[in-house]
Design a protein around this ligand. Structure first.
Ligand code: BES
Ligand code: MN
Ligand code: ZN
Length: 492
């Protein structure tokens, strides 16, 4: 999909469909007014006739004829209620309406969708993200029964001259982020017989070939043994698909500048291991690599954008399977850090693969380390499917991530990491257990990670509730690529 910015008014660009916003019980403003003139007052007449009242969620399609394209009016709701949340909903309604039309090109009156307190860049980001999201399809495994393809391909964002420069910059950024989000969705949706640790390694190598600023390094099971990464190896032991530790170094910033390091949980399928999960919806555990997928997505977006920051994306990948060779509950392993862990539940495997990766990344002398993981079911109990849980060892980093989430609508919420919770990880036989009991499961998982991150500024993002959707709409969301990219853009 191609996004571009133009300073023509909505009636000017050649487009199959032109879209504008109508506030509740208001005359056409800005974009809609230009369209009204072009259509000889048709919009004013229809509004007068009560064909549309501008309620949030309402929409009206005016068919085109001849060389005149069609027009789409999106209800914005009451002007006084038009805040960022309402604008995001309007953008989503617009996107849904656009992608179901046969038109291949669209022009949008951007200012119509600008809520109070937000600049034009925010609107452009919001529109591009919403349209790209609505247009996403995952079809590589569809044989005969094809999903109807989306026709929409070219989107022109119409802005005023004074806003053009900011809008163009935002458009470039947003398009790159959309590419990254789609990469994360594709990897997440790929079935677990096709997506496994070595295939993720291959994806990293391919990306490094595609982008000059990117270098990929892969550690295989032999390398991990030599290194002493006992936790990653323990998780992968039950699988025919050996684990991998993958590093993607994106050198966009000043030479020698400390990098932002992202560490993604890449469990390509989580059966629970010997502590086997119940069968219902187990297929969704193919999404247990969505943390890793978001790291790939961010790295790709950085490459596309040439972001002037050094970023290292690390993916710690294994398949958690039950087997004669699998790790047992009660096994004690030595992690890369030298600390020992009593594995009381083999289903708490994410924190294990992360522990070794979080130790390994010390070599980068990172500015900050952010790990992203579908780590705990408890996170869904705490926050549902609205936000990621964010915890860490330094407040400013957590605050920046929360702000980035708020700005993009890809939200997070902080949970405490009080030292008292650490007691739940006590083991009688090793330095720590890998589970902390039922209470505060998301927090005790983060407590476990905190024992491997003492030497740097660190935040943990638990995306168990937001990385994918279940049910009829089943599919990866690409979250939290938007949050992380906003954070990185704010650093640049
Ligand atoms: N990948 C799961 C967490 C998960 C479950 C995410 C369901 C999204 C939906 C993780 O590896 C896991 O199994 N965690 C256990 C930890 C427990 C054994 C302490 C959990 O949350 O039940
Ligand atoms: Mn698990
Ligand atoms: Zn898992």
């Amino acid at each position: 999909m191609q996004f571009s910015v133009t300073t023509s008014t909505l009636d000017k660009p050649r487009a199959g469909i032109r879209a504008a916003g109508i506030a509740h019980k208001r005359k056409p403003a800005a974009g809609a007014a230009a369209l009204d003139v072009a259509r000889d007052g048709e919009i004013t007449a229809l509004l007068k006739a009560g064909e549309m009242d501008g309620d949030a969620g309402s929409r009206l399609l005016l068919p085109g004829s001849g060389s005149k394209g069609s027009a789409l009016l999106i209800g914005l709701g009451a002007k006084k209620d038009f805040d960022a949340g309402a604008a995001r909903k309007a953008a989503q309604a617009l996107a849904a309406a656009l992608v179901e039309r046969p038109a291949t090109s669209a022009a949008i009156a951007v200012a119509d969708f600008q809520p109070r307190g937000k600049d034009i860049a925010w609107v452009v980001h919001t529109l591009v993200a919403a349209i790209s999201d609505a247009a996403y399809r995952f079809t590589p495994f569809k044989g005969k029964e094809k999903t109807t393809p989306v026709q929409l391909d070219k989107i022109q964002l119409c802005v005023e001259r004074k806003d053009a420069e900011a809008a163009k910059k935002a458009c470039t950024e947003a398009a790159a982020i959309a590419t990254g989000v789609n990469r994360a969705k594709d990897l997440g949706n790929t079935p677990p017989n096709v997506c496994y640790p070595e295939s993720l390694a291959e994806t990293a190598r391919e990306m490094a070939k595609q982008y000059n600023q990117l270098k990929a390094t892969v550690l295989d099971e032999k390398d991990l043994e030599k290194l002493g990464a006992g936790a990653i190896l323990a998780v992968g032991k039950g699988s025919e698909r050996p684990p991998r530790l993958i590093a993607m170094e994106y050198a966009g910033g000043k030479k020698g500048a400390a990098p932002v390091v992202l560490v993604g949980k890449g469990i390509t399928f989580d059966t629970g291991g010997i502590s086997l999960k119940p069968g219902a919806e187990m297929d969704e555990m193919k999404y247990d690599m969505c943390g890793a997928a978001s790291v790939f997505g961010v790295i790709e977006a950085c490459c596309e954008l040439g972001l002037p920051v050094n970023v290292v994306g690390v993916v710690t990948s294994a398949e958690n399977m039950p087997d004669g060779r699998a790790t047992r509950p009660g096994d004690i392993v030595t992690t890369l850090s030298g600390q020992t862990v009593e594995i009381l539940n083999t289903d708490a495997e994410g924190r294990l693969v992360l522990a070794d990766a979080l130790t390994w990344v010390e070599r980068y002398k990172p500015k900050v380390v952010i790990d992203i993981a579908t780590l705990t079911g408890a996170c869904i109990i705490a926050l549902g499917h609205q936000g990621a849980a964010i915890l860490g060892n330094k407040e400013p980093l957590i605050k920046r991530l929360l702000a980035a989430g708020e700005e993009t609508g890809d939200r997070g919420w902080q949970l405490p990491l009080w030292p008292e919770y650490q007691e739940q990880l006590k083991s009688n036989f090793a330095d720590m257990a890998n589970i902390g009991g039922r209470p505060a499961g998301t927090i005790t998982a983060a407590c476990f990670l905190s024992r491997y991150t003492e030497d740097y500024t660190w935040a943990h993002v638990d995306i168990a509730g937001v990385a994918w959707k279940s049910g009829k709409e089943k599919g990866a969301t690409g979250r939290p690529v938007p949050m992380l990219m906003r954070y990185l853009l704010d650093q640049a």
